[in-house]
Write a protein that binds this ligand. Structure first.
Ligand SMILES: [Ca+2]
Ligand SMILES: [Ca+2]
Length: 93
């Protein structure tokens, strides 16, 4: 009986592990660097905010060209992170 329970638990664990692994992993960059709000604004799900998507954030859209430091027309999480750091730095002074 104990072995049966053990096997059942093992089978369940395997099933849940397998279904977890089969989950289509979203192409997200390093966790924690991408604000949730950016993710929801990322309409086409490429992990970047283009000018259209940035319109969801008027303040972001206004400074789009400033934030887009590599001038590829899209805001990457790294670029947004850099802005956040600049803002945080300014708040300190
Ligand atoms: Ca996008
Ligand atoms: Ca860019």
């Amino acid at each position: 009986m104990t072995l049966r329970t053990l096997l059942l638990a093992l089978a369940l664990a395997l099933v849940s592990t397998t279904s977890f692994a089969a989950d289509p992993a979203p192409a997200t960059p390093a966790p924690g660097t991408l604000p949730e709000r950016m993710k929801s604004a990322d309409a086409n799900g490429d992990g970047l905010l283009d000018k259209e998507e940035a319109k969801a954030f008027p303040r972001l859209a206004k400074r789009f060209d400033q934030i887009d430091t590599d001038k590829d027309g899209k805001l990457s999480p790294a670029e947004l992170e850099a802005v956040r750091e600049r803002v945080a730095e300014r708040r300190k002074h």
